[in-house]
Design a protein around this ligand. Structure first.
Ligand code: URA
Length: 252
């Protein structure tokens, strides 16, 4: 039997960025925090932290933010960086300001380059994050690459070989699945997450990536209706698709 997770109201909302404990005590006393239609006036009472809390609790009449354990899918636009502290626009700037004050913090699951767009997952669940990015998980990442030069026909074999070594590295890459879309566009599915991996793979076969877009992670595809710069909370079934490795897409 799994034990229900409970938390003090002031601590829970404090860690979700709603304010200091004192501020939350003030909100509660004023009847501004409501659970299942009933005002919670004592900020030190414990409540069950369940996924449906966002539907059952309101603060100042607005639905509570997703409780801890959230996973987001974001359509990363070009020009934003996957970092908490670098200069310039950051992916975290696309989230509501309150979400940026959460503890544990929301972090990207791996990174996409500033010049890469597409599906990016974010979570405050460190264990889940490591499970997705761990090399042994071999979760497939599918990219659409636009190239500076026409494809030559030898790329699929080179990427599938399991012997391709990137410049400056010693260990060969695991086999990756390649599909030609047109003369200068290809889909590449990799199960590792090495630095600038896709760009360096095409460099290794004498080409150059001019545009890169991540279309899917595991069995989860970036939805067509998720506009660049937008995000939404991932459902449990969608998370299951990420972790299912996308068997049909994964090479090797
Ligand atoms: N490979 C790259 O080269 N860049 C990315 O952003 C992701 C994979």
């Amino acid at each position: 039997m799994t034990r229900a997770v409970t938390a003090r109201l002031d601590r829970l909302l404090g860690n979700m960025g709603y304010g200091s404990r004192r501020e939350i005590a003030t909100l509660a006393k004023a009847g501004r925090i409501v659970l299942d239609g009933v005002a919670l006036r004592d900020a030190d009472r414990r409540i069950g932290v369940t996924a449906d809390l966002a539907r059952r609790m309101t603060v100042d009449g607005e639905a509570l933010d997703p409780p801890p354990g959230l996973v987001l899918m974001l359509h990363k636009p070009l020009g934003v960086t996957c970092s908490h502290k670098e200069a310039g626009p950051l992916v975290y700037g696309l989230l509501p300001p309150r979400w940026r004050r959460r503890e544990p913090a929301i972090s990207t699951v791996g990174r996409l380059d500033k010049a890469t767009s597409g599906l990016l997952l974010l979570t405050d669940d460190g264990e889940l994050l490591h499970r997705i990015i761990a090399p042994r998980s071999r979760i497939a990442k599918r990219y659409r690459a636009t190239l500076a030069r026409p494809l030559e026909g030898h790329e699929a074999a080179a990427f599938a070989s399991g012997t391709l070594v990137l410049e400056g590295e010693a260990a060969p890459l695991l086999p990756a699945a390649f599909e030609r879309v047109s003369e200068r566009v290809a889909l590449l599915t990799v199960v590792e997450g090495r630095y600038h991996q896709v760009r360096r793979m095409f460099s290794a076969v004498g080409n150059h990536v001019t545009e890169l877009h991540r279309e899917g992670i595991g069995g989860l595809a970036l939805p067509d209706d998720l506009a660049a710069g937008s995000y939404r909370v991932l459902g449990a079934d969608e998370l299951g698709r990420v972790l299912a490795r996308g068997e049909e897409a994964a090479p090797g």
